[in-house]
Design a binder for this molecule. Structure first.
Ligand code: UD1
Length: 419
């Protein structure tokens, strides 16, 4: 898909089913490297990043294939290949970094190109290296290639100075395979970390403190393949949620994991949305026109997720009044503002981390270009709100995380096509 064409400015109506979570799928796929036998993963989304992870696992000798309902992974035949992975796969996706902990756990070593991802800041990996280093992993870097080697991978008492999601996942993956116990203090509490812990527990791992910022992992238990349903994607659900609040109308987001979206729903209510939840999902009714929400800070879970910040920017752009948004997790996450300004949004950068959005009563469709995943999805969302036709280029970024953004919006009544 090269471009998405959307003709906006009609209230949303209908329902769509929320896909499985990208950020939960990736570390769980990596974890399969540590298990014996076959794992069946249900609701594993058909997105580029997942496809890249399949290729990485296959290049390590794992069998990975899709059946009608599930992804089957068997890592019995996995072998360490001294050669580093194909650069395109790794530099295009930061989550290949998850394989670091899993490869060290399985092979005692790893070789990766320095990992890439979205263009949203420097994204250093110092915390990953420090934590794994304390577990006995020795790192070296040659010409952008990271070498890791653990002659003796051992449990440790670790303190994370910042609750990095990826570093927490890497520690967990290494810890289940290490000799002895690991205590991780200051762990990330994101639902995707919890999902990884539940998956590993189903495989036979012993992890205490799941869902808290202090995890205790007993290392060295044998892990066996299992069947596991990937949780629904809270960011995809949040994307359509804010689109409906900006465009008006009423929609039902089937399977939306609203229990993990407390802060997102609170922001929706502040915009003036009516919300109902039940065991089947999330119902939202947008206001005639959203009202500005004052100041919003992104934060680590359970705070407001940085991955939905761009979508709030879009809704705030059509709200009545002024909204300030302060990005506390990643730098450079306001790049999408420039494209939104071309659609008529009044967004001013107050400092590196803060923008001021003055709501206008209309955005106007125009050709725009996605430069990263979440900003790209927000441009499509802006197209849904805007008058006239919006053409979004750079769709390869959006396909990294959204399984069927056009089909989903069509089910919600939007005139949208991707080609
Ligand atoms: C994960 C998610 C991403 C989400 C982010 C924050 C995946 C595949 N991606 O990314 O969608 O936006 O969590 O919820 O799950 N940091 C360091 N040193 C490190 C590691 C991180 O300084 O070693 C900094 C980062 O630059 C960033 C912040 O910590 O400013 C958060 O990063 P982290 O929580 O690690 O996010 P990711 O795991 O990369």
């Amino acid at each position: 898909m090269d471009r998405i064409h959307v003709v906006g400015n009609i209230p949303l109506q209908g329902k769509c089913k929320i896909q499985g979570s990208k950020n939960a799928s990736l570390p769980i796929l990596a974890a399969c490297l540590l298990t014996e036998g076959t794992t069946g993963l249900y609701r594993c989304p058909r997105i580029r990043d997942v496809q890249s992870m399949f290729s990485l696992l296959q290049s390590l000798g794992c069998s990975v294939f899709r059946t009608k309902d599930a992804v089957m992974v068997d890592s019995t035949g996995a072998l360490f290949c001294g050669d580093r992975f194909c650069s395109v796969e790794v530099t295009g996706m930061r989550s290949s970094l998850c394989l670091l902990g899993a490869m060290i756990g399985r092979f005692g070593r790893a070789v990766l190109d320095y990992p890439g991802g979205c263009v949203i800041g420097a994204r250093p990996i110092d915390l990953h290296l420090k934590m794994l280093g304390e577990m006995g992993v020795v790192f070296s870097e040659e010409e952008g290639v990271l070498h890791a080697c653990a002659k003796h991978l051992r449990g440790a008492r670790l303190v994370l100075p910042f609750p990095s999601v990826g570093a927490t996942e890497n520690v967990i993956l290494a810890a289940v395979a290490a000799e002895g116990d690991t205590t991780l203090i200051g762990a990330a509490r994101e639902p995707e970390v919890t999902a990884l812990c539940h998956f590993l527990s189903d495989c036979g791992a012993k992890i205490e403190g799941i869902g808290t910022d202090c995890l205790h992992v007993e290392g060295g238990h044998r892990l066996f393949g299992t069947d596991y349903a990937i949780p629904a994607d809270r960011i995809v659900a949040g994307t359509y949620f804010f689109a409906c609040i900006g465009a008006g109308g009423q929609i039902f987001l089937e399977d939306a994991p609203w229990q993990e979206m407390e802060n997102v729903l609170a922001v929706g209510k502040a915009f003036g949305a009516k919300i109902c939840t039940n065991h089947r999902g999330l119902y939202v009714q947008g206001p005639d026109r959203p009202k500005a929400i004052g100041t919003l800070f992104t934060d680590v879970y359970p705070g407001f997720p940085t991955d939905l910040q761009s979508m709030v920017l879009v809704t705030a752009a059509v709200a009545e009044g002024e909204t300030r948004i302060r990005e506390q997790i990643f730098e450079n996450r306001f790049q999408v503002s420039e494209e939104l300004q071309r659609m008529g949004a009044d967004i001013r950068l107050l400092d590196e981390k803060t923008v001021l959005v003055r709501g206008t009563d209309r955005l106007t469709g125009t050709p725009v270009r996605a430069r990263e995943l979440r900003g790209g999805a927000a441009l499509v969302g802006a197209g849904v709100l805007a008058r006239g036709e919006t053409v979004v280029g750079g769709c390869e970024f959006i396909e990294r995380g959204y399984e069927r953004i056009c089909a989903d919006y069509r089910e919600l009544g939007v005139r949208i096509t991707g080609a």
